[in-house]
Design a protein around this ligand. Sequence first.
Ligand code: GLA
Ligand code: ZN
Length: 680
Amino acid sequence: MIHNEKVTKILYGGDYNPEQWPEEVWQTDMQLFAQAGIDVVTLNVFSWAALQPNEETYDFSKLDKIMQMASSHNLKVCLATSTAAHPAWMARRYPDILRTGPDGMKRKFGARHNSCPNSPTYRKYAVALARQLARRYGHYDNLVAWHVSNEYGGECYCENCEKAFRVWLRKKYGTLEALNHAWNTAFWGHTFYDWDEIVLPDLRSEEFMYGSTVRTNFQGISLDYRRFNSDSLLECYCLERDALREVTPQVPVTTNLMGYYYGLDYQKWGKEMDFISWDSYPEYGEPEGKNAMWHDVMRGAGGGAPFALMEQSPSISNWHAYCALKRPGVMRLYSYQAVAHGADTVMFFQMRRSVGACEKFHSAVIDHVGHGETRQFRELAALGRELKQLGGLTLGGRTPAQAAIVFDWDNWWATSLSAGPSVEINYPEEVYRWYDGLARHNIPVDFVGVDQDLSGYKVVFAPMLYMCKGAHHQALTRYVEEGGTLVSTYFSGYVEEHDLVVCGGYPGHLKKVLGIWVEESDALPPQEHNCFTWNGKEYPARVLCDLLHLQGAQALACYGAQFYAGMPALTCNRLGKGASYYVATSSDREFYRDFVGHLRDTCGLEPVHDTPEGVEAALRCNGQGEFLFFLNYNDAPKGVRLARSGVELLSRRQYQAGDWLELEGKGVAILHTAGEGHRG
Ligand code: GLA
Ligand code: ZN
């Protein structure tokens, strides 16, 4: 955890690259940092070539100076290991370090995140560098965390990876019979008789492009490849982590994740990290709830513990299609949104805008103009002052959630690799529809993996649980029997963990807990929809419409059109002390809001506060009390009539229950109620 005795406030700062600048500039930076209330810098993210100019030599002279400068200016340091981009000499001497793309093209030196995760050279030198850094800088008492590599990601399809894949498969399946069965290789006569016949499922093999998405002929091998690739990169992380831990067991280790990132199973990664950190780059115009959801998914990957917002942009991100400025107040609003959802740091990419290469138009705390007389800097400095004044009160706070959403990377991979039933099938989008429904009631939610205990939750949502792995269906059934409420949707329960269909009727092992049998499903093109009426209101039915039969459940709503008009679109099954709902189709925002409203009333889900449209209320609790965050995403001012009394921490005003709290457009308030935070 970054929340340790060295950290007494929300750390404020970000990625700093003084090595890209002459030393005269460093002094200006230090002054501007002090002016902006910056107290943490992430150093050394891309310095491998500088630190190791050749195979025999390490050169830490510049980093020594930088570390000393940070320390003498009271800056905490998050020290990166620099292993996200290898030196050019290494690529030339050891081509095994270069990745091979899905098209079979061997890469040359260039770009970043370019090292083959199974390259013996990469692993050897990355770990050696991490160890050197730990030995040299581990004693600095301003060192708050190790930042391993940077945004692990991408794939490699080289021969080393192919060999490692076979080893991974042998360990997983034991025998070729088991593997052939799991991948259903009898289809198209793909039976393997020797492990060495297995090749990576790249674009020359099983996979192909279908528009802009990757499809596969064999889901089994493609799924296993994604699991393997995520594991390979995770192994790289763990090797560095272990080297660091050996030398500095007291310093927590993290790597910056990317939230909405398909390629890595972050729930598995979270188990290996001392705390979660992630980089948040919402696009201009995107609903704020989307970003809030990824904050929550990331918090879930860390078991609910606070996380670090490792990067966000002060204003524009050069890689967005349209580099719209963050409007006045938005940087502050997004910073507090992160804190409201569990962040204990507010950090940026980057501290000084670079002069060359592809990120020179990425915003920074210090702009090309080089002084602090800019709108953006003034906003940053104002937030720096505010965070100083806020101090450490909110640190360590947890979100008391009574609802959970099951989120599973295997399921994300499996649904998107599935050939059929519709290109509109989109797992994170469907999850977001439910998240949005909850958010519009200010009902906090935890994201849980398939192995997590559910007993503490009043309602568990398992949207689009296409792949129901291992004994997960039993855990869900037990949860309902013991009094829980489960919500499941269309495209659930079809396959087990190898993507083999569970025969005997859909939704497979979930048939019993849901009390239904889905006989067929109708995939509607985006311009068409069916409809259903529930509680006297008509809603659209979209994407997929299941044609289902009741097997114990009751119909709550039926389709209004098509040859299946009158068949159930929404069901409820009472089982043991609990109930499970099935929503047989996808609908519009109003439906999710209304349906969550029904669950709020029937299951006692408590909203953290009432707010007007476009104002979010979120809650964190720690030993200092409860912190109720109000985030006004509207341009216009909004008022909230407080249901409780407390001190608003940013204005230091005392409020009584019944008072109006006024939020300016894009404004934020944090109401603190002292005492133990007990909700949830
Ligand atoms: C990522 C990287 C940074 C930088 C930013 C730009 O998050 O970690 O190095 O490239 O994107 O947005
Ligand atoms: Zn490789």
